[in-house]
Design a protein around this ligand. Structure first.
Ligand code: MN
Length: 261
């Protein structure tokens, strides 16, 4: 069986990490690329609802695969890919390779993970892949691990509702110490706003990340990367917080009374 692979990213269709990933995935299946026409990092699983979304088939493609450049979000790309451009069933969605790790609660903001989440919404096994460096990223190990995961899926060794967040330490393959299945690390909020004035003297704001204040607990995605280990975190779309159920439930009669008053 030839597996059909939809490749997407959030760094844009010209990002080098996408094409290193495509090169490896094309060895294990039939690849179609549907990716944003520009960088869309940080848009999560956002979708475009207020204007049409256009996809252009790329003429000059770095590798001999069908590729589309989309005026939209990574989530849009997955929807277009699965529902229109792939012309048939897709076996797996692979998103990346992102330049920079997507760890802990960042999975809720990441366009790379957002695209995989959109694939998961469509009940297609989906994997987000990132390497931990923004400067001089090394993509080959991440691409090879993604291809190996796709092969295991094709061999029937993976759960059908697969939704993985994969992060690799930015180092050559022979310096990666292993692969760990991890949970999400916890980070304290550190984003800040830069206040600036534009050329006309009007205020604008630039959202920035501060130096992350991570809690490095053993068994987390961050812990793995800090130790030179590739991290695979199984995710799910269900964000429900069960420990808080009882505390909120106790308030429900009061809340209902206030509704009615
Ligand atoms: Mn990105």
């Amino acid at each position: 069986m030839i597996i059909r692979i939809l490749v997407v990213n959030d760094d844009g269709v010209l990002a080098p990490g996408l094409w290193v990933l495509v090169e490896e995935l094309a060895k294990v299946g039939e690849v179609i690329v549907v990716a944003p026409d520009r960088e869309q990092s940080g848009v999560g699983t956002g979708v475009t609802l207020h204007h049409p979304v256009r996809a252009s088939k790329m003429v000059h493609v770095p590798l001999p695969v069908e590729a589309y450049s989309v005026q939209g979000t990574p989530g849009d790309c997955v929807i277009l890919g699965l529902q229109a451009l792939a012309h048939g069933p897709v076996d797996i969605v692979v998103s990346g390779i992102n330049e920079g790790a997507n760890l802990g609660s960042d999975v809720l903001v990441s366009g790379t993970v957002g695209a995989a989440l959109q694939g998961h919404f469509h009940e297609v096994p989906s994997i987000a892949v990132s390497t931990s460096a923004i400067h001089e990223p090394i993509f080959e190990p991440a691409a090879k691990l993604a291809a190996a995961l796709a092969e295991e899926l094709a061999a029937g060794h993976m759960p059908a509702d697969l939704f993985l967040n994969v992060n690799l330490p930015n180092r050559p393959i022979d310096e990666i110490k292993g692969i760990a299945v991890t949970r999400l690390a916890h980070r304290r909020p550190t984003g800040f706003l830069e206040h600036q004035k534009d050329a006309r003297g009007r205020a604008y704001y630039w959202l920035r990340y501060g130096k992350p204040e991570w809690v490095v607990e053993e068994g987390t995605d961050l812990w793995a990367l800090r130790n030179g280990i590739a991290s695979i975190t199984p995710l799910q779309a269900d964000l429900a917080c069960r420990p808080q159920v009882a505390a909120i439930e106790r308030l429900c009669p009061d809340l209902y009374r206030k509704l009615a008053s």
